[in-house]
Design a protein around this ligand. Structure first.
Ligand code: HEM
Ligand code: HEM
Length: 208
């Protein structure tokens, strides 16, 4: 399939923002969980497991869709190193979205804990009971979570750099898209000849 000229496929944009919210929520729920010894722990864990598995299912839908619909080309004036860093960081973001839920699921399996999603719905273990493996995966879950968070902060900074400084359309390609931008001036009524001088017609929206 050919690559889209300017924007990500609308379904990919929807999935991006839905999953961004879920992943950020999961990082905070996880930290909240391990920082409390109170009764909130069980409630947070009961949220953490199904949202984590939902992220795994969503990324398994998102990846083939991304491969089928492609991505808009990055701006041609972006230095080659930044181009490579952008691509590499996206691959790492996808890898983290697959790895974190799998590590969580495997860690509970190796610890012999049930992977309960809702009342009456549990997932089967994906690893045999082994406390040494459980301890290793428990550490891996923390380390990958920290790296994931750092990667997301860098990703957010890059997105803001594109949107606020370079204003090169990259942020828009993942938000409202460029088609709406192109249609915007026709959708606006023509400015009235009698309008006061101060009320200049709105300038064309910038690229981002
Ligand atoms: C994108 C998915 C996920 C993210 C971002 C995530 C994030 C986190 C974070 C940040 C922590 C706290 C780590 C620490 O401070 O040591 C944590 C702990 C934990 N997570 Fe996840 N997690 C994810 C998926 C899962 C899944 C799918 C499961 C299980 C099915 C799971 C089970 C747990 C458990 C059991 C703990 C430790 C609780 C404890 O030690 O008391 N996580 N997670
Ligand atoms: C919180 C604010 C966020 C903003 C403003 C943002 C913005 C963007 C933008 C503008 C792009 C397009 C970049 C390009 O074309 O090269 C993008 C791509 C991407 N974002 Fe985010 N993002 C955010 C959060 C997240 C989070 C939390 C995740 C995942 C955990 C994530 C995962 C991705 C991935 C994997 C891509 C690559 C898309 C692809 O090529 O298929 N983003 N993001």
């Amino acid at each position: 399939m050919s690559r889209p000229a300017h924007d990500f496929h609308p379904a990919l944009r929807t999935l991006h923002w839905l999953m961004a919210a879920l992943v950020l929520a999961m990082l905070f729920i996880g930290v909240g969980m391990v920082s409390t010894a109170g009764p909130a722990y069980l409630g947070l864990l009961a949220l953490h497991r199904p949202i984590g598995i939902a992220i795994l299912l969503l990324v398994l839908i998102r990846l083939p869709l991304r491969l089928a619909t492609g991505a808009p080309a990055l701006p041609a004036d972006l230095p080659p190193l930044q181009h490579r860093v952008a691509k590499g960081s996206h691959i790492l973001l996808y890898a983290s979205m697959v790895a974190m839920p799998l590590i969580g699921w495997a860690m509970l399996s190796a610890g012999g804990y049930p992977v309960r999603l809702t009342e009456g719905l549990s997932l089967p273990p994906i690893l045999p009971h082994d406390l040494a493996v459980h301890a290793l995966l428990r550490q891996a879950h923390t380390i990958v979570a920290i790296l994931f968070f750092a990667l997301i902060l860098a990703h957010l900074s890059a997105a803001l750099m594109h949107g606020l400084i370079r204003r090169d359309g990259v942020l828009r390609s993942m938000t409202i898209g460029h088609r709406r931008l192109a249609q915007a001036p026709q959708a606006e009524p023509a400015p009235q000849a009698t309008a006061p001088a101060a009320a200049d017609p709105a300038p064309l929206a910038p690229a981002d």
